[in-house]
Design a protein around this ligand. Structure first.
Ligand code: C2E
Ligand code: MG
Ligand code: MG
Ligand code: MG
Length: 283
């Protein structure tokens, strides 16, 4: 009888649950195992100085190679990882492994190369964020200024005071901070004055139709000028075509990330990419 009861109970909740919730429960369980089972990996997208076609750095982008579902995009599992808090151990794993990989690239002679790692606002709620970053810098021995932390405006403004304080502490370690997806957030520009930010990363949505869409062209030009006037670095993401590249270079934006140069690659493929560009065999 009790079995029947729990069956009814179960059924009740199932019918009340949205597919999205069920999907979340599936994801949560599978994601929990993903870290243990080593199903996560990191791809790296090169960031290029378009004046010399040389590599300046790479952005670490998380990938989940699920045994039956194949490669799962981060946009499909990061939100669940954030809701459940799993982003905390996963984010630490990404940071550690990206820094270890950078150490290898430095040892191979790419000694000025940087690595950019996306941090979730959820990670800024952890008391030990600073000591976590510090111990990874010590363990891997990379120069702190070669680590760039990427944050979005919206992540900062969810919990401004705490996040700002932690950003300052991270900066004191020597680590750099980039504002990701810049131009898409809900914030005012005034904060750029007070926040410890090194780089504006122009969101890739503004690259769309940049030669014919007057608004996207104006926004992109304005962000570049803003960065120049505030003495910040600027990098464009989502650059896919020569025309977009020319538009950016004509406005003195030379740091480029996008499919025009390369999609995100696994570490081995990025080695090959670096060999090709250093031999001038690619662009
Ligand atoms: P993001 O940080 O803005 O990363 C850039 C995204 O744009 C990447 O998507 C990249 O593959 C894509 N992209 C770059 N160039 C081009 C281009 O020319 N054309 C097009 N169509 N796309 C381009 P991806 O790898 O799917 O990552 C999506 C988002 O997931 C990231 O956006 C970031 O917000 C999040 N993410 C990825 N890895 C991590 C991580 O380790 N931790 C956290 N918290 N979030 C992550
Ligand atoms: Mg990013
Ligand atoms: Mg971005
Ligand atoms: Mg994004």
């Amino acid at each position: 009888k009790s079995k029947e009861k729990s069956g009814t109970y179960h059924h009740f909740f199932r019918s009340e649950m949205s597919d999205r919730n069920l999907e979340n429960i599936f994801l949560e369980n599978a994601l929990y195992k993903a870290l243990e089972n080593e199903e996560l990996c990191i791809h790296y997208q090169p960031q290029i100085d378009s004046r010399t076609n040389s590599i300046i750095g790479a952005e670490a982008l998380l990938r989940w190679n699920h045994p039956t579902r194949g490669m799962v995009s981060p946009i499909n599992f990061i939100p669940t990882a954030e809701e459940t808090g799993l982003i905390v151990p996963i984010g630490k794993w990404v940071l550690l492994n990206a820094c270890k990989q950078l150490k290898v690239w430095h040892a191979q002679g790419n000694s000025h190369m940087t690595v950019s790692v996306n941090l979730s606002g959820r990670q800024f709620e952890e008391d030990d964020l600073l000591s976590m970053i510090e111990s990874i810098l010590v363990e891997t021995g990379i120069p702190p200024e070669c680590l760039h932390i990427e944050l979005t405006e919206n992540q900062i403004f969810k919990n401004t005071y705490v996040t700002l304080e932690k950003m300052r502490e991270i900066k004191m370690l020597g680590v750099k901070i980039s504002l990701d997806d810049f131009g898409t957030g809900y914030s005012s520009l005034g904060y750029l004055k007070n926040f410890p930010i090194d780089t504006l990363k122009i969101d890739r949505s503004f690259m769309f139709d940049i030669l014919t869409d007057k608004d996207n062209a104006a926004i992109t030009s304005t962000i570049i000028t803003l960065a120049q006037n505030l003495d910040l670095d600027v990098i464009a993401e989502g650059v896919e075509t020569k025309e977009q590249l020319d538009f950016l270079m004509a406005r003195s934006c030379f740091n480029i990330q996008g499919y025009y140069f390369s999609k995100p690659l696994d570490a081995k493929a990025l080695d090959e990419f670096m060999n090709q560009i250093s031999n001038n065999n690619r662009f």
